[in-house]
Design a protein around this ligand. Structure first.
Ligand code: ZN
Ligand code: ZN
Length: 273
C-alpha cells in the first residue's frame, strides 16, 4: 500500500503546498481522500490521472477539503474514453455539495457535449453518504468509517483502508476521540492533520486562535498513535506551514509521545507499507 500526501497545506494560501488531499493506492484500489486546492496537479505529480481513481472519499465538507472536487469531476469525465462512473463517499451533506457542484458546472458540461461528437453524457457520479460504523468495498479494499470530533463541523468522519494485509487510517481534521482511537487500533499508518499550538498562539488574531479548539496538535496526534499502537504516524495539513529546516522540531514534539516512525514533509511525500 502506498500513501502519498498530495497536499500538505491548510486554508492559508501557500505557493509550495497544495490543499488537503491524500492518495491511497492499495493492492486493488486507488482512492483520493479529500480534494483540496491543486489536487489534480498533485495527483498528476504522483503519477495518477483522474480516470485511474476508483473512488473519492471526503472526510468533511470544509472548503479546504472539497474546493477542487469540481476539477476532479470534470477531468475524470473528459479524460475517460467512455461513460465511466466516479464513486464519491462522504458524510451526510455530500450529495448536496456534489449536486451544487454539478449545477455550477452545468454550462461547461453543455458546451463540451455540444462540441465533442464522442461525448454524449454528463459526468456519471455515484454518491454514497456514509455514517460511522459503515463498511464498504472499493476494488479489493475494505473501508471502515468512524466519527471524528471537528465540532462545530458535523458530521465529520475518518476512513480506514484495509487491503492485502495492510491498513491505513485517514483521520481528517479534528481533536482526539474514541471513534478515531478505535479506527486506528493496530493500523500500519495513521495520517492526521495537525497544528502547532505553540506557533499558532504567537499569532495575534482571534480568528486564527479559534482553530485551536477543533484540530489535533502534533502532540495530540502522537498520543492517538501511541494509544492505538500504530506503526507509522504521518502528519499533514500543517498549521502554520512547515518551513524548511523545521522538520526536526515538529518530529521532536511528536516523538515525546510516540516511539514509532514519524513522517512529515512536502507535497508528494510518500509512505510505502
Ligand atoms: Zn476542517
Ligand atoms: Zn482542514
Amino acid at each position: 500500500m502506498k500513501i502519498t500526501l498530495l497536499g500538505t497545506g491548510s486554508p492559508i494560501p501557500d505557493a509550495a503546498r497544495a490543499g488537503a488531499a491524500t492518495l491511497v493506492q492499495s493492492d486493488g484500489a486507488t482512492m483520493l481522500v479529500d480534494c483540496g486546492r491543486g489536487v489534480v496537479m498533485r495527483l498528476t505529480g504522483a503519477g495518477v490521472i483522474p480516470p485511474m481513481l476508483n473512488a473519492v472519499l471526503l472526510t468533511h465538507l470544509h472548503s479546504d477539503h472539497i474546493t477542487d472536487l469540481n476539477d476532479v469531476i470534470t477531468t475524470h469525465w473528459v479524460m475517460c474514453p467512455g461513460p465511466t462512473t466516479l464513486r464519491i463517499f462522504g458524510p451526510p451533506g455530500t450529495r448536496a455539495v456534489v449536486d451544487a457542484t454539478l449545477a455550477a458546472l452545468a454550462h461547461d458540461v453543455q458546451y463540451r457535449i455540444a462540441h465533442h461528437d464522442d461525448l454524449n453524457t454528463p459526468p456519471q457520479l455515484d454518491v454514497t453518504e456514509v455514517v460511522p460504523g459503515d463498511v464498504f468495498a472499493v476494488g479489493t479494499a475494505t473501508i471502515r468509517v468512524a466519527a471524528t470530533d471537528h465540532r462545530p463541523v458535523e458530521p465529520s468522519v475518518a476512513f480506514r483502508v484495509d487491503d492485502g494485509g495492510r491498513s491505513a487510517v485517514l483521520g481528517g481534521d479534528g481533536i482526539p476521540c474514541a471513534g478515531l482511537d478505535e479506527l486506528c487500533a493496530g493500523a500500519d499508518v495513521y495520517v492526521q492533520t495537525v497544528l502547532r499550538e505553540d506557533l499558532v498562539r504567537l499569532v495575534p488574531s482571534a480568528r486564527f486562535q479559534d482553530i485551536l479548539d477543533y484540530h489535533s496538535t502534533v502532540e495530540d496526534a502522537a498520543k492517538t498513535a501511541a494509544r492505538a499502537g500504530v506503526r507509522t504516524l504521518v502528519l499533514t495539513h500543517y498549521i502554520p506551514a512547515l518551513q524548511p529546516g523545521q522538520e526536526d522540531d515538529w518530529r521532536k514534539l511528536a516523538s515525546e509521545h510516540f516511539t514509532g516512525d514519524i513522517v512529515l514533509g512536502d507535497d508528494l511525500t510518500r509512505v510505502d507499507i
